[in-house]
Design a protein around this ligand. Structure first.
Ligand SMILES: NC(=O)c1ccc[n+]([C@@H]2O[C@H](COP(=O)([O-])OP(=O)(O)OC[C@H]3O[C@@H](n4cnc5c(N)ncnc54)[C@H](O)[C@@H]3O)[C@@H](O)[C@H]2O)c1
Length: 334
């Protein structure tokens, strides 16, 4: 690492990859973008020029580059496992966007690669852990403000961005809420029951709305509500009901406006606006951990267990029944 500044290689420069590259280049202390790579060469070159980085021809070259101390993976879900394993085998810390892999079998391969390396190198991009409204609820829970947690409620409403299958809704979008539930309730999900409303009458596995009912290992219960077409913007909130009170996150920081016989509050249009600061804080804390050598944040274990729960949710959509989540024993490394 040159001058204690982490040279980051970014793989995938689409929506989130270019946002991460900009943050690393301009808003994160102790980092620089050393190289970027995308199968769309023109896109990689544009982002590279904006960040003062080089455009690598392929992922292997980028990972092996001595100027690359750590790698951020923001390519599509199906590429995550192979690329993360390549980083682990090269001994380079990696921030992999969620989900850790496209299937739980692939997530287990990542976990086993890290266990073979004998150290935590992987952080998964569950950035709600760095969102202040989520942190406030987390801190209240850990301080015992509402006693033992009895129930979790999550709401994740999106503006329309194309019709999704129930599988994509769960593995690519609800995976955030599954991780939030595990993290805030400090318990693994043991049983799930999934129901959904199709977006298109002639495509029963399309989804416009879904509810995942949960039972945790702690005995607590919960429900995650997801919309793929809210009709009003983007909203994410969590609420925990405890033995002696409840804690609920504030979804919006915009002022409440009372005017002309109405009370109104503006809603963020989509995730880049709602979580803008969380992406910066996530990258900063990751870079700090790369510099100190102390792993932090959502781990490969979190990525694996969240996918294990997601896959069982999909099974529940197929069987129409509550299904049990069975993961591997938690390794001592985590
Ligand atoms: N944490 C979050 O809130 C968040 C938000 C959005 C997306 N994501 C995740 O980030 C990833 C990317 O999502 P996106 O919305 O930016 O998608 P996107 O389609 O906008 O961008 C993906 C980019 O990867 C490139 N690409 C495709 N295959 C590649 C490969 N094998 N190697 C290198 N580059 C490749 C594409 O050309 C494209 O530029 C997904 O896994 C998604 O789940 C996370």
């Amino acid at each position: 690492m040159k001058d204690n500044v982490v040279g980051v290689g970014v793989i995938g420069t689409g929506m989130i990859g270019s946002l991460h590259a900009e943050n690393l280049a301009r808003r994160v202390i102790g980092a620089r973008v050393a190289a970027v790579m995308d199968i769309d060469r023109g896109r990689a070159e544009t982002v590279a020029a904006r960040c003062g980085a080089k455009a690598a021809t392929d992922a292997e070259t980028l990972i092996a580059d001595p100027a690359v101390d750590a790698v951020l993976i923001a390519s599509p879900d199906t590429s995550h496992a192979e690329l993360t394993i390549a980083c682990i085998e090269a001994g380079k810390p990696v921030l992999c966007e969620k989900p850790l892999a496209a299937t739980v079998a692939d997530a287990e391969r990542v976990l086993r690669a890290e266990l073979a390396a004998g150290r935590r190198l992987t952080q998964v991009g569950f950035m709600r852990v760095y969102d202040q409204t989520h942190r406030d609820v987390h801190d209240l829970l850990r301080a015992g403000a509402i006693g033992k947690a009895l129930s979790f409620r999550g709401r994740h409403f999106n503006p329309f961005s194309g019709v999704k299958t129930i599988e994509t809704a769960i593995v690519n979008s609800l995976i955030h809420d599954i991780h939030s539930a595990r993290w805030l309730m400090a318990a693994e999900i043991e049983q799930v029951y999934a129901q959904w409303v199709p977006a298109l009458a002639d495509q029963p596995r399309s989804a416009c709305f879904a509810v995942l009912q949960l039972r945790f290992g702690s005995g607590a219960i919960g429900a995650l509500e997801w919309s793929g077409d809210s009709g009003y913007g983007y909203e994410v909130m969590v609420e925990v009901i405890g033995e002696t009170g409840t804690a609920e996150s504030v979804s919006h920081s915009s002022p409440i406006l009372r005017q002309g016989s109405t009370i109104a509050q503006a809603v963020t249009p989509n995730w880049p606006q709602r979580f803008a600061q969380a992406y910066i804080d996530e990258a900063q804390i990751w870079i700090d951990s790369v510099r100190s050598g102390e792993p932090t944040g959502p781990s490969a274990w979190d990525g694996y267990m969240s996918l294990a729960a997601a896959e069982v949710c999909i099974r529940s959509t197929e069987t129409g029944l509550p299904e049990r989540v069975v993961g591997m024993e938690r390794p001592a490394l985590y």
